[in-house]
Design a protein around this ligand. Sequence first.
Ligand SMILES: *[C@@H]1O[C@H](CO)[C@@H](O)[C@H](O)[C@H]1NC(C)=O
Length: 132
Amino acid sequence: KSVGIVTTTRVQHATPATSYAHSASRKWYSDADMPEAAKKDGCTDIASQMLKNTDIDVIIGGGRKYMTPRGTKDPEYPADFSSRGKRKDGRNLIDEWQKMKIGKVARYVWNQTDFSAVDPETTDYLMGEFVV
Ligand SMILES: *[C@@H]1O[C@H](CO)[C@@H](O)[C@H](O)[C@H]1NC(C)=O
């Protein structure tokens, strides 16, 4: 079976996240949104669980700022501070996701042009992260 999650919200939002995450709080989008005590107790953020728990073939939605290290400029809105990367742990989950898919074609897109150019016949995994 294949898993596809497509949403107009951020992909880490509570409703799409029910497909792949376990979290004590719906607000734990990235590690930066979590209390230190929860991290100490071994809880992990929703964005990082997207890579681990479920083998997701297609995931499309918003929320790319939760995927990149704190301060990472957004490719589409480089001057917008609120769109910059949020992660305190320095992880780039987009890069990690692509590297995990060894021997497979894993495409990451963040704009309409690249999204429209995706060939489903030759793509094994697709992540589309659009700002929300
Ligand atoms: C879409 O994303 C690709 C990959 O980052 C980039 O090379 C291209 O310039 C972008 N296109 C637009 C219209 O932003």
